[in-house]
Design a protein around this ligand. Structure first.
Ligand SMILES: NC(=O)c1ccc[n+]([C@@H]2O[C@H](COP(=O)([O-])OP(=O)(O)OC[C@H]3O[C@@H](n4cnc5c(N)ncnc54)[C@H](O)[C@@H]3O)[C@@H](O)[C@H]2O)c1
Length: 362
């Protein structure tokens, strides 16, 4: 017998919340049943667009729909993450499965608590780490599985926003961004998640951060450039370059990830667009997907979350889990530590054990 669709309520009706709603409406594994925003007009507008009731607090939504299977949290906040903790914890407390936007939180203590609480409540916690939910990423994983990369030697990830003509008057004085690590905390979760997806856990991190002259002259507090060197548990070394529109990207466009190994090398360009594979003495194999819209990653990632729950995948094995999101935040906080200590090597804080803590006797 086919499973009935999972009932979903979405919290936070900004542009991203509505993108999530569209994905649920189009997905046969889901039934969008309610939307919620603290701002009445935003909730009402979305309710009209998706023909579902509007709520102005998660509490009311949970009370009206106790049968909800999933609460999807698409709020934002300082550094695009400070408004995630409260609704996520409230939904977990109600025993709901939760998908949250990235970064899981801008606060590492809160991020750890969220992952821990989902484990205690025995529910699914996923994060919208959508940058590796694409056709090129699937092809790349197949190259790795087929032994076409071999022993991993190095990876290089260049990502951010294209630009290079910043003038002081262009600088966004919105307070959400006027914090030194706002770009690092809001954005680096994506490249770190991609690097970890392909190369595994990171053991050492060294970071330099800066901002270009026009940002300094404009009084911008945000450090918009990150140059991060790392070592993975599998012995691979990696380099991550991120910037927020301070320069034009060259080869690979706004998003490129190259992984080189003893048997071959692949490079994904512009996230969703193209993957090239090189093998010694052979012509490169180029696969262009024909997809140019990065937005295509959202329905794929959301479908994966729905599929993992529908199929009863063990909670520790879902794709882009809360723990995976926590890993990226541990790397970001390690990078901040490294930068603040003048470029010293920092070992990221250990992640919670996957199968529970064996030292706790129940
Ligand atoms: N995965 C991606 O590719 C991607 C891309 C862009 C943004 N994002 C993330 O998506 C999130 C949302 O971004 P956005 O631009 O739509 O934000 P936004 O600020 O436009 O919208 C957030 C909404 O949440 C509402 N809200 C806040 N706290 C609430 C609460 N407790 N209950 C109900 N509503 C509440 C706000 O009123 C606001 O309308 C951010 O975390 C951002 O980092 C992800």
């Amino acid at each position: 017998m086919a499973n009935s669709p999972l009932k979903v309520g979405v919290v936070g009706m900004g542009g991203i919340g509505r993108t999530h709603c569209r994905a649920y409406v189009a997905d046969e594994l889901a039934e969008l049943v309610a939307v919620c925003d603290l701002i009445k007009e935003r909730a009402d507008e979305a309710a009209e667009e998706f023909s579902v009731p509007a709520f102005y607090s998660l509490k009311e939504m949970l009370a009206a729909f106790p049968e909800l299977d999933i609460v999807d949290v698409t709020t934002s906040g300082l550094e695009n993450g400070s408004w995630h903790y409260e609704p996520v914890m409230e939904a977990l407390d109600a025993g709901k499965n939760v998908l949250t936007e990235k970064p899981i939180s801008n606060n590492i203590i809160e991020a750890r608590e969220m992952v821990d609480y989902a484990t205690k409540k025995n529910v699914y916690l996923g994060c919208n780490l959508n940058h590796f939910f694409s056709e090129p990423a699937d092809i790349a994983r197949q190259y790795i599985a087929d032994g076409k990369i071999g022993e991993q030697i190095y990876c290089i990830n260049k990502v951010g926003f294209n630009g290079s003509v910043i003038v002081p008057s262009d600088i966004d004085k919105n307070s959400r961004w006027q914090l030194p690590y706002s770009h690092a905390k809001a954005f680096l979760t994506h490249p770190f998640s991609v690097m970890r997806h392909f190369c595994g856990d990171v053991t050492h991190i060294q970071a330099f951060m800066d901002k270009p002259g026009p940002r300094r002259q404009g009084g911008d507090l945000m450090l918009s450039i990150q140059s991060i060197h790392m070592k993975f548990q599998n012995g691979c070394v990696g380099y991550l370059l991120s910037q927020r529109g301070d320069a034009h990207f060259g080869l690979g466009g706004w998003w490129s990830f190259e992984l080189a190994g003893t048997s071959g090398t692949f490079c994904i360009e512009n996230c969703v667009e193209q993957i090239t594979y090189w093998e010694l003495d052979k012509e490169p194999v180029v696969h262009n997907t024909g997809v140019t819209d990065f937005g295509a990653t959202f329905p794929i990632r959301i479908h994966a979350f729905l599929e993992d729950i529908t199929n009863g995948v063990p909670k520790e094995h879902i794709r882009a889990s809360g723990r995976d999101a926590l890993a990226t935040m541990e790397y970001i906080f390690a990078a901040i530590d490294s930068f603040e200590s003048g470029g010293q090597i920092v070992r990221p804080h250990a992640l919670p054990p996957i199968h529970g803590d064996c030292r706790i006797i129940k």
